[in-house]
Each structure stands twice: as C-alpha cells, then as structure tokens.
Design a protein around this ligand. Sequence first.
Ligand SMILES: [Ca+2]
Length: 301
Amino acid sequence: MLFDWFLAPVSTLRSLGFARLGALCLLAGCSAAQPPLAECYRCEVVNSFPHDTNAFTQGLAYCDGELYEGMGLNGRSSIRRVELATGTVLQQHDLPWRYFGEGITLWGDKLIQLTWTARTGFIYDRRSFRLLSSFSYPTDGWGLTHDDTRLVMSDGSATLYFREPDTFAETGRIRVTDGGAPVSNLNALEFIRGEIWASVWQQYRIARISPASGQVLSWIDISGLLSPLDRLLAGSPNGIAYDDKTDRIFVTGKRWPKVFEIRVRRDACDIPVVRPAEEPSRVALETSCLADDPTSPVITD
Ligand SMILES: [Ca+2]
C-alpha cells in the first residue's frame, strides 16, 4: 500500500490535497512532521550532603529530614532510612539474597520497593520497615514514584506505567519520546511540580516528562555534579527525591560520595556527552555476587 503511494504520478498526488500529503510525509518519516528536540538546561548545586560510597543506590525518596534509599545487588540489597544532613544510616532492612532491590517510593505510611528481575515488589511499614505484603508485575522493575493518585513505574524501556497504589494494577501507560523518538533506559523517577523526572541509565541527564503526553519537556545536564575523579569511581546517577514542603530536589547515584540538592538554571546548553564510567553489566554484577553468597551451590565442573 505504502509502495503504491510512492509510485503515484505527481498529478495524482497534487489531487490528494495537503492533508493526505501531510500523512504521506508522516509515513515517510519527514523531519518536519516531528516535534523539536527538547532543550537542555544546566543545574547548580545549592547544597551537598554526605553519601555512603558503598551504597549501590537504586531508589531515593525524602520525608521530614530523612532520605529513604533502596539498594541493589544480590546479597547486598536493602532499604535504608538515612539522616540527610550527616548520611548516618538510622535504620536498615536487608532483602533475601535472591532479590536485587530497585526503585522505591513512599505512599502514606508505606514504603514500596521494586526488584529488578524477580517481578516482585514489597510493601513495608515506613517507620518500622516491617514487611506488610508483596505483589507481582510482568516486567523488570527499575524506578518508582507517585503523583496524588497513582504510582508511576519504569522498567528500563521508554514506557512508564501508571499503577493503582493498593492493588498495583496497571491503570495506564505512556511512551516517553523526545523529538518523536522513544527515550529508553528510563530509570529513577520522581514526581516534581506536576512533571515526572527520570534519570537515564548510563547518562548524566535527567528528563522532565509530561505525564499526559510522555513528551520530554526539557533535559537537565547533571554531568558537572561529580569531579572527574569521582566520575571514575562512581556509577550512574540513580536517585531523585523531592521535598515538596520546601521545594528542594535531591540527586545522587550508585556509589556517589554526595547527595546533591540542585536547582535548574535558565540557560540552555548542549546535551552532555560525558557518560558515567562503564559499569559492569548487571549480569556480571550478579555473577560476581554469586561468589559471595554462602548459600549458592558450588559448581564443580
Ligand atoms: Ca525517587
């Protein structure tokens, strides 16, 4: 059918009018039909706080002077309550070895945590960290946040899923795009001022996403937060938290030495080309942890 359109004589195409020509242009991928790429903005550091450089951060949330942090890696996954000002770990709950902890969010008195490939999430009492229940979902689990009524979840693709907070049933989804192209590897999430903010795995930038359309509204360059040395030692940015009472935004990452409070500047810049140090693949990380697991079977051949 499409082939026939291309073979139609010019006179026939003229007779089709602008609307059909426009549709043809869309089908042919004309750049004029695509929305423009979102602009990128720098950020400045308002404040910084200590962060455990052994923390393989996978999720971050803030409430009342304390950070809640979800940790990854098999055998080392946990949820933590951390004093923002000092980085002191006030409380910790470890996950069984087989779970690789991922994104977390606070929902009322509960803390909800995803796991990477186990397709299992956990619901805890936020104060005691007592496990209340678990739930399942059909994809990877990467990032998690919420608006007033819904949970928002990422799975490493360009899709964000909306879920009912109590049953975890999917209530909708959006495909995140920039300039019409999908933005994959969406990772840590935070709902900020009516937008979904998402870090992108192995990139030093945060997408500000329209919850209605999925379109990237703008990018935030966070490549300047770490020194060149820290960039060699640390991993991907992976943790965004918002204090809605005082309008503060916190960003950290895997093995980052600090949690940064940032403010977006008004001057646009180029998309950052500096990338986090090459991380071992997640499979490799899991394999390396296998050796540390006292309960793992011994392979003799
Ligand atoms: Ca978050």
